[in-house]
Design a binder for this molecule. Structure first.
Ligand SMILES: [Zn+2]
Ligand SMILES: [Zn+2]
Length: 283
């Protein structure tokens, strides 16, 4: 809830006129409890999880040869009911793990000082903070994911995510509820280290989820804007991890390629990349 009653009071506090974005934020959030603003994150995760994979569903069902050339494992066909089944199962995990994790983590968010007030963060502030969040999450996720590939962790938890040897967009958060909580910790780590504005927090979770959906989409489009991101893993990189399956000791990183490079866990991928490329074209 904002500590100002009117736009004039907010202007006096800032010592300038409010920008259009700040005026809109004031009108939307002035009387809304911070807890409700925080809960928006769960709603956004649900909306983006539902909408972002839809174009991949349509192109999967089109069976167009022009588009199928960009499919990473073209022999694998998914029907609408297969994909909807995945969506339905993930929604259940949303109810059991994602929602409670988001809602019960509020005291931590309050403690670290994710702010909801004015001024709004500048574009640069948001950019640098989100970049830090991506780097921190990528590093933590790398080690947690690598740990989950050992015996008990794999058999009891991570095996569920690997049920898809050829992932689809809806399968990005398809995982055991315990994995959602374990890897969810990595997503909170960046905001814990460098807390920012609630809008930056929302945007971070939205972008991270969009990235995971693209990575699991099963398609590698040369025109994807993510191709311009340095050291970005992308769909083929993570598809290889799923293709190899439970025994895979390669490509653990969730976003970038540098962790696997530094710790030598991309050797198998680099060695087999050409073989994998040829095999998948014959598939
Ligand atoms: Zn894995
Ligand atoms: Zn995956």
């Amino acid at each position: 809830m904002l500590p100002f009653q009117t736009l004039e009071e907010a202007g006096i506090f800032l010592g300038r006129n409010l920008t259009i974005a700040e005026t809109l934020w004031f009108k939307y959030s002035a009387r809304m409890p911070d807890y409700i603003l925080y809960c928006h994150n769960t709603l956004f995760l649900f909306i983006f999880y539902t909408l972002v994979p839809l174009p991949f569903v349509f192109i999967e069902l089109m069976h167009s040869k022009k588009i199928d050339q960009f499919k990473i494992q073209p022999r694998i066909k998914n029907s609408l009911s297969d994909m909807f089944d995945c969506y339905r199962k993930v929604l259940l995990t949303f109810v059991v793990a994602v929602g409670p994790l988001q809602i019960f983590s509020y005291p931590v968010i309050e403690m670290i000082g994710i702010r909801t007030s004015l001024p709004l963060p500048s574009g640069w502030e948001m950019f640098w903070q989100i970049l830090v969040y991506f780097l921190v999450e990528d590093y933590a996720n790398y080690w947690l994911h690598r740990l989950l590939h050992n015996g008990w962790g794999y058999n009891k938890i991570h095996r569920v995510h690997h049920e898809y040897n050829a992932p689809i967009g809806f399968a990005a958060p398809y995982a055991h509820w315990a994995e959602i909580i374990i890897l969810g910790f990595a997503s909170f780590l960046g905001p814990l280290i460098a807390p920012g504005h609630m809008i930056t927090f929302w945007l971070w979770f939205i972008l991270r989820q969009m990235e995971a959906i693209e990575t699991h989409s099963g398609y590698d489009f040369p025109w994807s804007p993510s191709k311009f991101i340095p050291f970005y893993g992308g769909a083929i990189y993570h598809d290889y991890h799923h293709y190899v399956g439970g025994n895979c000791q390669s490509n653990f990183a969730s976003v970038f390629t540098y962790c696997d490079y530094i710790y030598g866990t991309d050797k198998g991928y680099r060695y087999q990349k050409e073989v994998f490329e040829k095999t998948r074209k014959q598939m």
